[in-house]
Write a protein that binds this ligand. Structure first.
Ligand code: PAF
Length: 284
């Protein structure tokens, strides 16, 4: 595996690969890699000649300094997993490399209504930071395809908008969520949970699945949503932030089912002070 910390040397390497007509897949991550990331890498490896995994904990997308400080980091282990997976390239730049001016607030990106609901509402500035770092990565790597997990469903919509609005030529590929045996969605943040916490956190998945099943059986959306909220409330150690049923085309609240509906049940909650998100698609 080739390891780059420097933008210019990565670009030099990729330009040579391009000359050989090799396609490039990008898997952008913040490290603390788990099976979910490995699935993204696997798909990229199947669909491209070269796979670049970026590992960079992007300060601009954290609206909470404590969250940034506590974000899990283990580059040596990540490197080990990437070598094992036969990833072609690891790009792990420093803050100085990605933000040479050191001015994280210099530029802002807006994503309209997407920023006013769910993750956008509860993490002000988060999607601007995600959009900025991904714009940088898309420019640097100029990938044919870029891979993202469905667990971050709203982020996937932000990325789609970013690609469309800024004419990036990369194609967005969304890969289904990978789960632990108990249903808990894999996330780098899970490393901060105790074993008990992981069992408790699986209730997020059970609650959203309950709502999905109720809607698919013909229950009214709001009735199903309230049932999900009540189920989760039975666990007093889980602090819910939002529990919504949305139309995943624009993330507005889904009121009715129509033939065109593309509905998802989304939750964010704290378990052992760790903020977790999850979602399931209805009728799919
Ligand atoms: O999903 C993530 O890990 C991050 O938001 C991303 C896409 C790597 C941007 O920093």
């Amino acid at each position: 595996m080739q390891i780059f910390k420097n933008i210019k040397s990565l670009q030099y390497f990729l330009a040579e690969e391009r000359q050989k007509k090799r396609s490039v897949g990008l898997v952008p991550t913040m490290g603390a890699l788990h099976e979910g990331h490995l699935k993204l890498l696997n798909q990229s490896q199947k669909e491209n000649d070269i796979t670049v995994c970026s590992i960079y904990v992007n300060p601009a997308q954290f609206n909470n300094t404590d969250d940034l400080k506590k974000y899990p980091r283990d580059l040596d282990h990540d490197q080990f997993l990437l070598e094992k997976q036969a990833c072609d390239v690891l790009f792990s730049p420093s803050d100085k490399e990605m933000y040479p001016e050191g001015n994280l607030n210099g530029i802002k990106l807006g994503f309209g209504k997407l920023e006013q609901v769910l993750e956008g509402k509860f993490r002000p500035g988060h999607f601007s930071g995600v959009g900025i770092i991904l714009s940088k990565l898309f420019h640097i790597v100029n990938s044919d395809k870029a891979y993202f997990g469905q667990k971050d469903l709203q982020q996937c919509s932000v990325v789609r908008k970013l690609i469309e609005e800024l004419f990036f030529s990369t194609q967005l590929v969304i890969v289904p969520t990978v789960r632990e045996n108990n249903g808990l969605a894999m996330s780098s943040r899970n490393t901060r949970l105790s074993e008990k916490g992981k069992d408790l956190a699986a209730n997020l998945y059970h609650a959203i699945t309950k709502v999905k099943n109720l809607i698919e059986e013909g229950e009214k959306i709001e009735v199903a949503r309230q049932a999900g909220i009540s189920t989760l409330k039975e666990q007093p150690k889980i602090r819910q932030e939002y529990f919504e049923v949305i139309d995943k085309r624009d993330f507005t609240t889904a009121a009715d089912i129509t033939p065109k509906s593309e509905i998802a049940v989304c939750v964010a909650a704290f378990v052992e002070e760790v903020r977790l998100i999850d979602n399931v698609l209805v009728f799919s």
